[in-house]
Design a protein around this ligand. Structure first.
Ligand code: AMP
Ligand code: MG
Length: 484
């Protein structure tokens, strides 16, 4: 198939409907673009020709210098609470929304570039991104997608041929990211801060139309929008918890209205189960630790509610009462999603609440014995088939675990259910680092092999044993960074 590049149907709906939140902007040309990784199935789903994307024109499209007719690339404005402090003007400092594409299934997707040059929101930043962190986002977001967790996706990473200055000089890259939209709680905070109620209403209507169309039929569509975002965020954070994902920078500008995971900066997967797990080098108080994620999501949703108050009711006290009432639903929804997900992880069905004590006791034992969260549940699947030794071998207090095992086995757990929900392969920190450092030196094979493992995470395959193992002891404590 050949594609006339200028006829790729890229829409400009966000820029047209919400011009106050969009600054028309151009990408900085990449001096020597070179494709590092391309997501061919995703390209096909977006109606893009994977062969063409690899041509010089295709690489210009993926780095933002070849703009199809009708597209109007913009930097998006947003605000955000960063580690609890409000920043009224953040926005895309190093990113561009190229526009909206339509999937083969007829759904709208944002095509967005990260690392495409400084915009008016750059606040002194260079607007660039390095190869390592962009490949990191590619691997982890695609792993999350394969795990069945709502997330932005990665279409391609193109090395620019430009050098980026961080602590050392690094090769630069642009990530082409695909999302249901880039509407964030921070987008609403920005609109609310302008005091322009018409803008706020248009933004809310845009969000309803793109993500929660059922809300349009409610008595108050904006209250229904809030409820819908509570529901998708509660489900999302429960899914994070169930695979040991630590987002690491749950600022309100990184909390989407669609319910997709966004912003793969300092995120990482927990190995030994410990609710206090933190990877981000700047999160010294553990605000965004694994165990704090549900309460932070609730906090971020309260900030979302604040922006919507004028649309909830004319009377402010009444609006606050509505917000509080709906917000109370978050915790129950989250708990339900978490408990039923945990129930599936241990292969049980029936009334989840009745099994909560069994689950909690297991988590206490996992913490006490520093057990690797991911491999434990696969080993437990073997225990459900009668082979208890791999799971038993992970515990220090064997007597306590044996007691738990016999009570659990009496409930006749279903190993097939367990294998469907417990991944074998996650992007483990030592493997991600190994792949990124090789890629930074120009060797892409470890990255490709890691992608083979993590993009089919439930499908155990011979030859991939090392991708299922926790990090060796000498890997040490893992640290991740923001603003890479
Ligand atoms: P993040 O930590 O990725 O959520 O980014 C927070 C804010 O910093 C956003 O407004 C980004 O656009 C901006 N930002 C991060 N890195 C850079 C950079 N190298 N140049 C310009 N802006 C940046
Ligand atoms: Mg961000």
């Amino acid at each position: 198939m050949s594609v006339a590049p200028m006829t790729i149907p890229v829409g400009d709906r966000f820029a047209r409907e919400l011009p106050e939140l969009a600054v028309k902007w151009r990408a900085e040309p990449a001096p020597d673009p070179r494709l590092l990784v391309l997501n061919e199935p995703l390209a096909a789903d977006l109606g893009l020709d994977a062969d063409w994307l690899q041509t010089p024109d295709g690489l210009q499209f993926l780095t933002g210098t070849l703009i199809p007719d009708g597209a109007a690339p913009v930097a998006q404005a947003y605000a955000g609470h960063q580690f609890g402090g409000f920043v009224p003007r953040l926005g895309d400092g190093r990113a561009l929304l190229i526009g909206e594409l339509t999937t083969t299934g007829g759904e709208l997707r944002d095509l967005h570039l990260k690392g495409s040059g400084a915009t008016p929101f750059a606040r002194g930043g260079d607007g660039l991104a390095a190869v390592g962190p962009m490949l990191r986002e590619y691997v982890i977001s695609e792993a999350m997608h394969a795990l069945g967790i709502p997330t932005t996706r990665s279409l391609a990473v193109v090395a620019t041929g430009r050098t980026v200055t961080r602590e050392t000089l690094l090769p630069g890259a642009v990530l082409a990211r695909v999302a249901r939209s880039h509407l964030r709680v921070g987008t609403f905070q920005y609109a609310a801060t302008t005091g322009d109620r018409d803008l706020l209403r248009r933004l809310a209507d845009h969000a309803i139309s793109r993500h929660h169309p059922g809300a349009a039929d409610a008595d108050n569509p904006y209250v229904a929008l809030f409820e819908a975002v509570i529901a998708v965020q509660a489900a999302l954070v429960a899914q994070w918890m169930l695979v040991g994902f630590v987002h690491g920078v749950m600022n309100t500008d990184n909390t989407t209205i669609s319910g997709e995971t966004i912003d793969y900066g300092p995120c990482a997967f927990m190995e030994a189960y410990d609710p206090e797990t933190v990877f981000s080098s700047i999160d010294s108080w553990g605000r965004y630790s694994y165990g704090n994620q549900p309460s932070i999501a609730g906090w971020n949703l309260a900030r979302f509610a604040e922006t919507l108050l004028p649309l909830f009711a004319d009377d402010q006290d009444q609006a606050i009462a509505i917000a509080q009432d709906r917000l109370e639903g978050f915790s129950a929804r989250f708990q339900h999603a978490l408990t039923s997900g945990m129930q599936a992880k241990i292969g049980l069905t029936g009334e989840p609440a009745e099994q909560a004590p069994l689950m909690n006791e297991l988590l206490e034992q996992l913490a006490a014995s520093h057990v690797d969260f991911t491999s434990f549940f696969r080993h437990l699947g073997r225990a459900a088939r009668g082979d208890t030794e791999p799971a038993r071998g992970l515990f220090l207090d064997l007597a306590a675990f044996d007691g738990w095992l016999s009570r659990w086995r009496a409930l006749q757990p279903d190993p097939e259910l367990m294998d469907r929900v417990n991944p074998v392969y996650i992007p483990r920190n030592h493997l991600v680092e190994e792949a990124l450092s090789a890629a930074t030196d120009g060797e892409l094979r470890p990255l490709q092999q890691l992608l083979v493992a993590v993009t089919a995470p439930y499908d155990e395959r011979p030859g991939l044993e090392r991708y299922a193992e926790p990090a060796p002891e000498d890997f040490g404590k893992y640290r991740t960074f923001c603003g890479t």
